[in-house]
Design a protein around this ligand. Structure first.
Ligand code: PMV
Length: 332
C-alpha cells in the first residue's frame, strides 16, 4: 500500500483570497493559475498496520506538532474515509524549492499527497475528484495543481462544494513562449499563513467587497486573454489583480504586509523596465517572492537585470507545466 506522486506548484494569475466555507474550503471568488514545470513536490505515502501514528517527514525533518502536521493528518483522514481503510500512514515529502514562503508549496504538496495517498489506499480518482479532495485540508489552491497548463478553479455555488474544482482553460503547449520568472528574495517562513491571513482579511478589511467585484471582472478578462494569447492583457490583468489582493491584505487588522524591501525594489524595477520597452509584469502571493510574467525572448535580458538586484537570491525560470503524475521512484 505504497505510492509516490509528483505535483507541480501553480501561481495564480487571478488570486483566490477568502473562503465562503471554512470547513469545505470553498472560495469567495473563482481564480486562474499557471501550473509551473520547475517547482514541484514529490511525496510517498504508505498505509500499513505497522504504524501506530501518522508520520510526516517534510524536507528530511519529521514534523512533531503544528499546523502543517495537523493539516496533513486531516487529509490522511479524508483519504481513509473515502477509501474505507483504517491503517495509519508514513508520508515522506520533498519540495525542490523553499516551503511556506509564498511559493505555493502547499498547493503542490496537497496535490501530491492526494494522488499518492488515494493510490496507496487503492482508490483511482479522476481529475475532478482529485481536485475536490486536494483543496479540502488547508490549501485551497491545491485544487489547481491537479490540472496542467492554464487552469481555472471554479467558484461553484453548491453548499457541498461538488461544483468547486479546477478545469483546464488551455494545455501547457497552448502558449509555450510564456514564462514565469520566480525570484526568491527570502527563505524565511511567513508569520501568518494564507489560511489565517485570508480569514482575517474577510473579517476586517474594508476593501474586501471591492476586491470581490474586481476579481470577478478580472477573471473574465484573464480567460479571454489566455485563450487569445494576448500577453499585454494577461500581464496587466494579473498585475492589477495582485495589487488589489495586497490592498486587502495591507488593510487587514492586524495588517498583513508580506512584502520585503527587495519585493518593492523588484516592483519598481519591473515598472521602469516596462517604461523602457521591456514588456514584463509582476505578481506576488502571500509572501515576499516576486514572480515575473514575460515571454521567452526577453528572459536573458530580464535575468541579467534581476541578478543585479542585491536581494535576489535565486531566479527559477518556469514554463507552463503539466498535471500531477505517479512514479515508481519511492522516497522510502
Ligand atoms: O491555497 P492557499 O490557502 O495556500 O492560499 C493561496 C493564496 C494565494 O496564494 C495568495 C492566492 C492563490 O490563489 O494562490
Amino acid at each position: 500500500m505504497k505510492a509516490t506522486a509528483i505535483a507541480n506548484a501553480n501561481i495564480a494569475l487571478i488570486k483566490y483570497w477568502g473562503k465562503r466555507d471554512e470547513k469545505l474550503i470553498l472560495p469567495n471568488n473563482g481564480s486562474v493559475s499557471l501550473t509551473l514545470d520547475k517547482l514541484n513536490t514529490i511525496t510517498t505515502v504508505e498505509f500499513d498496520k505497522k504504524y501506530d501514528k501518522d508520520i510526516l517527514i517534510l524536507d528530511d525533518q519529521e514534523l512533531k506538532e503544528g499546523e502543517e502536521l495537523e493539516k496533513a493528518i486531516k487529509h490522511l483522514d479524508l483519504i481513509r474515509e473515502i477509501s474505507g481503510i483504517k491503517e495509519l500512514a508514513k508520508v515522506v515529502s520533498k519540495n525542490n524549492f523553499p516551503t511556506a514562503a509564498g511559493l505555493a508549496s502547499s498547493a503542490s504538496g496537497f496535490t501530491a499527497l492526494s494522488l499518492a495517498g488515494t493510490k496507496a489506499a487503492g482508490k483511482d480518482l479522476d481529475q475532478k475528484e482529485l481536485s475536490i479532495l486536494a483543496r479540502r485540508s488547508g490549501s485551497g489552491s491545491a485544487a489547481r495543481s491537479c490540472v496542467g497548463g492554464f487552469v481555472e478553479w471554479l467558484k461553484g455555488g453548491k453548499e457541498d462544494g461538488t461544483d468547486s474544482y479546477a478545469v483546464q482553460i488551455a494545455p501547457p503547449n497552448h502558449w509555450p513562449e510564456l514564462r514565469m520568472l520566480t525570484t526568491i528574495v527570502s527563505t524565511v517562513k511567513k508569520k501568518v499563513s494564507s489560511t489565517a491571513g485570508m480569514d482575517l482579511t474577510v473579517k476586517t478589511s474594508p476593501m474586501y467587497k471591492a476586491w470581490l467585484a474586481a476579481a470577478a471582472e478580472d477573471l473574465e478578462k484573464m480567460r479571454k486573454g489566455v485563450l487569445n494569447k494576448d500577453f499585454k492583457s494577461v500581464g496587466k490583468t494579473a498585475e492589477s489583480n495582485c495589487l488589489n489582493m495586497h490592498a486587502t491584505m495591507i488593510t487587514t487588522h492586524p495588517s498583513l504586509i508580506y512584502w520585503m524591501p527587495t519585493t518593492l525594489e523588484i516592483i519598481h524595477s519591473v515598472l521602469s523596465w516596462r517604461d523602457q520597452g521591456l514588456e514584463c509584469y509582476f505578481t506576488i502571493d502571500a509572501g515576499p517572492q516576486v514572480k515575473i510574467i514575460c515571454l521567452e525572448k526577453d528572459v536573458p535580458e530580464l535575468e541579467k537585470k534581476l541578478k543585479n538586484i542585491k536581494g535576489v537570491k535565486k531566479i527559477i525560470i518556469c514554463k507552463p507545466g503539466g498535471g500531477p503524475r505517479l512514479t515508481d521512484n519511492h522516497l522510502f
